[in-house]
Design a protein around this ligand. Sequence first.
Ligand code: ARG
Ligand code: ZN
Length: 882
Amino acid sequence: MEASAQTNRTDPVRLKDYRPTPYAIRTIDLDVRLDPENTTVTARSRIEPREGTAPGTPLVLDGDELILTSVAIDGRALGTADYEATDKRLEIFAPPAGAFTLEVGTRIAPAKNTKLMGLYRTASNYCTQCEAEGFRRITYFYDRPDVLAVYTTRIEARKAEAPYLLSNGNLIERGDIAGTDRHFAVWHDPFPKPAYLFALVGGDFARISDTFRTMSGRDVTLEIYVEHGREDRGAYAMDSLKRSMKWDEEAFGREYDLDIFMIVAVSDFNMGAMENKGLNVFNDKYVLAKPDTATDQDYANIEGVIAHEYFHNWTGNRITCRDWFQLCLKEGLTVFRDQEFSSDQRSRPVKRISDVRLLKSHQFPEDAGPLAHPVRPETYHEINNFYTATVYEKGSEVVRMLKTLLGAETFRAGMDLYFARHDGDAATIEDFVACFAEASGRDLSQFMLWYKQSGTPELRVAQGYDASAKRYTLTIEQSCPPTPGQPTKLPMTIPVRFGLVGPNGADLAFEAVSGAEVAGDVIVVTEPKHEVVFEGVSAPPVPSLLRGFSAPVRLALELSAEASLFLLASDNDPFNRWQAAQTLATTALIEATRAVRAGAVPSIDPKLVDAFARVAVDDKVDPAFRALTLALPAEADIAREIGSDVDPDAIFAGRDALKKAIATGGRTAFRHLYESLASAEAYSPDAASAGRRALRNSALDYLAHAGETDSVMERYRTADNMTDRLAALGLVVGLGLPEAEAALIDFYSRFDGDGLVIDKWFTVQATAPLAATLDRVRALTEHPAFSLTNPNRFRSLVTAFATGNQTQFNRPDGAGYAFVADHVLTLDEINPQVAARLLSAFRSWRALEPRRRAYAEAELKRVLDKPGLSRDVADIANRSLG
Ligand code: ARG
Ligand code: ZN
């Protein structure tokens, strides 16, 4: 056992070991002849030694599962004494002293590529995914982001098999190959790029076309390629693309740079989407939508992901990363940009609340467990395991804090400087932050700790008011818990946006402040402890801290229930009104959980029930905001707040008790709401309509929890869009109502053959908090619509069970863990990346009560002990067991 665990350990890659390559690759001409089993790739690269490279320094290129068929330099085939090739690397022992042309021939089998990295088959098409290290599965190359080359790509295929042949850049030539059933296309991308941005697509698609006129008056062709028969589902993606292009011009002065921008939607994809230069490849769930198959959330996701990948053209492509440690340089920044875009397109407070919910439910637990890592990690075993909520979402928060600290104008000046100075570079976080230090004149060296220290910092705040002196004091202490490899932490720069809310609900003025830098409405915390003293405060305020969630930290501030209720009603910061409701609910939920564990019946404060019912029907407030306020903290959030000795069944029961108390106490309000929000209008995915639907479905949810289940089936049957139909189906199935089976059969027959909708059908069943769920999920793995090779299908059932079903994944008998571990091991032989993601569902195992913890640990060990584990899964298992 010990021995096999040893074989599943490798040496890590370290940031401090970064060295440039001895050779530069200036251009690469690819010739790819597509065939399912026998694709041939010829790569002709112009290579030259970098300055300082000693003559005769070996050229060592990356490869992965390649068959080498030829190697030549400057037209002369190399002998076997001149090089060594394995499926992982190609070493040329003594390349010429000056510039030379290397020609490498390789053979690959896309149809056998179930890892979906490199060139693979999806439906009957060919596509590529090269980030992070997939290009080495196409040809031997310097597969790292700091080697930038100009690509010219010739693709050849049978015309019938692949009428469309696409690659990066602009199409420069195409034609038939005389006397054969084949044709070809040649693409040229003038912008030097790293290999991870290469893409190639060959296949038969339906094409949707449009144009966009850029700010300098150039017309850009826009094309979206989708599966035949799905043409009616591409309009929203196209519209989102055009709005993104416009927004990036207005908000950041960034114009598109090629004559054509293409998006290809594929049904087999490991992640969300990929920003390949001029040729984005998307998981089709982030492209395809029409009202009866896509929910409001799907529409919002499409808008966000289309924007995200488009924005990468500047933050990622024009300026790329020096090495994979700098991943947040493009991802954190681009998430920030897509969040800002969606905020401008929709409601800013609602978007902010949704983003913070995601951060708290995904990133906070990551940061609190064994997989915690800095926004810029310093070591990794498998880079694909670092496309995480920390790199993406916390990375975005770090950029947002820069903007908060510097102010919008200076932030924009820093961005402009970054674009001007680093266009065409493979840059680092230091390069990025230096632009803001320069634009602002601020020393940002302490700020850099946000990139280096892992863990969620905590602010402990106490307050005091001296009525006779009109003096108000906030004592703010910061700390950050130990995380893997970082037992102690340094104090960080934490911007705390705040207001001192006076008795009438307006912010109180103050005459002077000491004890910390206060810039406008931001307290800049830098020391372990600050005594911030406000003079001339006319009445005792209620502090509203971290407005807009100005820093990704935990806030420990003892506020009475009255004070929270007051903020919920009066704070002029909408985010903190929402937060006040969350704080009240969280306190009640922790209490209720404790009661359940002690064998008592939870008692719920009627004032809380009343406050929720009042929010529900407050017509002065945006419906989307009301819906978010009515959504109780998720079970996983409560578990995170409890922190240790977690019993998921007690959390569920406590939460259910609070929900039923609100439902019963607010029954009249919810009934009124449900009826008054009925709409005869045709479905539209806009934010305002979506908000009304969200509020109405929230009312339906509470009514169902009050026992009024008739409305639910009625809703299911009469729904004219997927948002409403799925909301009703989720309630019928999740509450285990007698109609559940009939509804599931109906839903399946309506959408049979529509993979993305069947995914919803799988997820509804996998996430039902019912004792019978595990057996059902197990049975569904045998369902003809399920697939181990299609990541969307797999995730919608198995990963959804592991991450979206707290009580059943964490069954007290350990059977949920065993089921998931079995699937990790099965899938590891097919698709290690998706298997590793699934295994990370165990990341909070140490916080569980002892019995579950022991079961979870045993399953993690069982996984780790399997000989021949992928690096992806071994890395997660090793770190989880820490
Ligand atoms: N760069 C892509 C994005 O914008 C993510 C691709 C990650 N793919 C992977 N196999 N690691 O978000
Ligand atoms: Zn990205």
